[in-house]
Every structure is written in C-alpha cells, then in structure tokens.
Design a protein around this ligand. Structure first.
Ligand code: SAM
Ligand code: SF4
Length: 327
C-alpha cells in the first residue's frame, strides 16, 4: 500500500482520459474556452494502460475515469475494457456529465465499469442549458435511467450548489434520493481556474446547505454507499438513497485524502490544488518500465501537500481549470 509523507494511504487514481468536453459549465470553463490540448499530447490507450499498471503495482486499487468529459474520448468502451483488466484494479468507476451515457451504459458495464457519478446541478431544463451552455437535461436524465438499468451502482449524482442559481433546488434533490437508490452529493463551489465565475457570495457553506436539506439522519457505516471519499453522508428517514456533502472550503477534506490525479497529458498531480506536477508522459514515451514509473509516482507522493490552499484565494483564480486536472 502506497503512503504519503503524512501517513495517509493512497490507493485511488483519478485518471483524466481527455481534457475535452461537450459542455462548458459556467463554474468549470469560460464559455468560449478552446484551449484544449493537441491530440498528440494526450496519452494513448497503450500509455494509459501502462501508467495504470504502474500505479496498480504500487497498490492502487481504485480507478476513476474522468476528464473533461470521458465519454467524448473515441474508443472509451474499449479503453475501459482494457483498464478493467489491469491486475490489482478492483474498483473501476467514472465521473460523467451523462449526456452521452444512455447509449453507452450497457456496453460500459459489460466492459467492466462498476459505477458512475453523474453531474447534474439542476432539474430545470432552461437553467440546465444556461449553466452547461450546450446541455439538454433530457439526455442526462435518460443517461441516469440507463445507468440504473445497466446495474452501474451505487449511482451517485454530483450537484454543485451555487447561490442564486440552483440553491433553491436543494430540497428537490433530497426528494430525488427518497424513492430511488440515488446518492446525491452536494459539492461546494471551489475557486478552480479562472472561469470568471467563482465568488465568495456564490459559494454556499456547508452549514447553510445542510440546513436547507431539512431533517436527515446519520447512515450507519455498514450501509454507506461504496466509494464514500470525502463526503459526509446522511439520509432522510426511510429514503432509499443518501445525501452527502463535499465541502472543500467549509470543512476541509484533506485529512483522509486517499487520491492523486493524472491529467490526459500525463502530468501527475498529488493534490487537486497547487501547481506541482510530475511529468509521466515523457518517461512513458521513452519506454520507462513499471518499476521506474512507480519510483516517479512514489516521489510525487512524498511531496503531496498536507492540505489544499483554496481558502487562501479570495476570488477564483486557481492554477488550473477543473477539466484540465481531472475533477
Ligand atoms: N465532465 C465530467 C463531469 O462533469 O462529471 C467529469 C469532469 S468534471 C471536471 C468533475 C466534477 O467537477 C463535476 O462534478 C463538476 O461539477 C465538478 N466541478 C467542476 N468545476 C468545479 C468547481 N469550480 N467547483 C466545484 N466543483 C466543480
Ligand atoms: Fe465539462 Fe464536467 Fe467541466 Fe461541465 S464540469 S464543463 S461537464 S468537464
């Protein structure tokens, strides 16, 4: 089992398979953003499999495919199948905006994907279009149904809450987790990248969000949905699903951090925040073996910071856009 210099066990790799996206969510990317990397700079399927194998040899068990939007990567089903077969990877999941999920959910499940987190911030079609700039709510809802039908479970919904935009819908999302085995995760807005959106006023702190959910009860540890991560998890009495909170600024989530991120261009970031990164693409392309790659990963873990530094930023100008880091 790999550990960082703060004694945390690190066994979870979030792998960005592309920095491209079919949406431009207002808090993630500027509307006119076109600064995506060249295809030649993006790791190939073979390189991704070699990289993941090196992480697995160090004891990484959990792998999440993310992006950008992972489903826009050509050949994503075939890549998923190869990654699911890497020895040592026991939990393969994906974060997606869900727009392309409906036709792919069954194939992805058969390829070895176990579960998905679908990002969905509003249940209002007009608001959804305005927030994502390109999205159709109906396609995402179909994607959710398809994921449920394909047995991609536990099925989680990531909801970034923004004051004045979708904060009034918090109770509707709690309702959604009542009759359906859907696990809602309210995510606090973070100052990532200069998308021109973040402000302290738009961020809804944990205590306020929790109050807006009404009465919730604790979920016994044995009944927590798999892959809990940094979420604090509750549920309404009698509900099939749960309600969780990921509050990077209000509560901090670094104490139990178990993850690192690899960008689509092969830069390893030991922390979501901060500029430091280790290039794995050069070594992969020059033929470094799994042991050598593992040594580079271990070096990055040794320098993993104790906590992020987002609170020090009063307005949103973090170093990278979330879609570039692999959120
Ligand atoms: N495209 C996929 C999706 O939207 O799920 C995967 C990548 S996306 C960058 C991963 C997650 O990051 C999404 O749930 C998104 O809502 C979240 N995210 C992006 N920018 C954020 C920000 N500034 N603050 C909080 N969450 C953010
Ligand atoms: Fe794309 Fe996900 Fe960023 Fe939205 S949050 S722009 S879907 S990468």
């Amino acid at each position: 089992m790999a550990r960082d210099s703060w004694g945390r066990s690190i066994d979870y790799l979030r792998l960005s398979v592309t920095d491209r996206c079919n949406f431009r969510c207002a808090y993630c990317l500027p509307a006119s953003f076109a600064g995506f990397a060249d295809h030649a700079a993006t790791l190939t399927d073979d390189e991704l499999v070699r990289a993941v194998s090196a992480f697995a040899a160090l004891g990484f068990k959990r792998l999440r495919l993310t992006g950008g939007e992972p489903l826009v990567r050509p050949g994503i089903v075939a890549l998923t199948r190869r990654l699911a077969q890497v020895p040592g990877v026991t939990d393969l999941s994906m974060s997606t905006n869900g727009a392309l999920l409906a036709p792919l959910a069954g194939e992805l499940a058969r390829a070895g994907l176990r579960r998905v987190n679908v990002s969905l911030d509003t249940l209002d079609p007009e608001r959804f279009k305005a927030l994502t700039r390109f999205g159709e709510l109906g396609a995402v809802l179909e994607g959710l149904d398809a994921a449920e039908g394909a047995g991609l479970a536990p099925l989680k919904l990531n909801v970034v809450v923004v004051r004045g935009l979708n904060d009034g819908e918090v109770p509707d999302f709690v309702d959604l987790a009542q009759g359906r085995a859907l696990h809602v995760r309210f995510i606090e807005l973070m100052p990532m990248g200069d998308a021109g959106f973040y402000s302290e006023g738009r961020r809804v702190p944990y205590a306020e969000l929790r109050a807006a959910c009404g009465a919730l009860e604790a979920v016994p540890a044995a009944e927590l949905p798999e892959g809990g991560g940094p979420a604090r998890v509750w549920r309404r009495r009698g509900a099939r699903g749960t309600v969780g909170f990921i509050s990077a600024l209000s509560c901090g989530f670094c104490e139990d951090c178990n993850r690192v991120r690899l960008t689509a261009q092969g830069t390893l970031h030991a922390c979501l925040d901060g500029a430091e990164g280790v290039d794995l693409r050069g070594p992969l392309r020059s033929g470094l073996d799994a042991r050598g790659l593992g040594a580079l990963v271990a070096g990055a873990l040794a320098r993993k910071p104790k906590s992020h530094d987002m609170a020090a930023r009063s307005v949103g100008a973090g170093s990278r856009f979330m879609c570039q880091t692999g959120g």
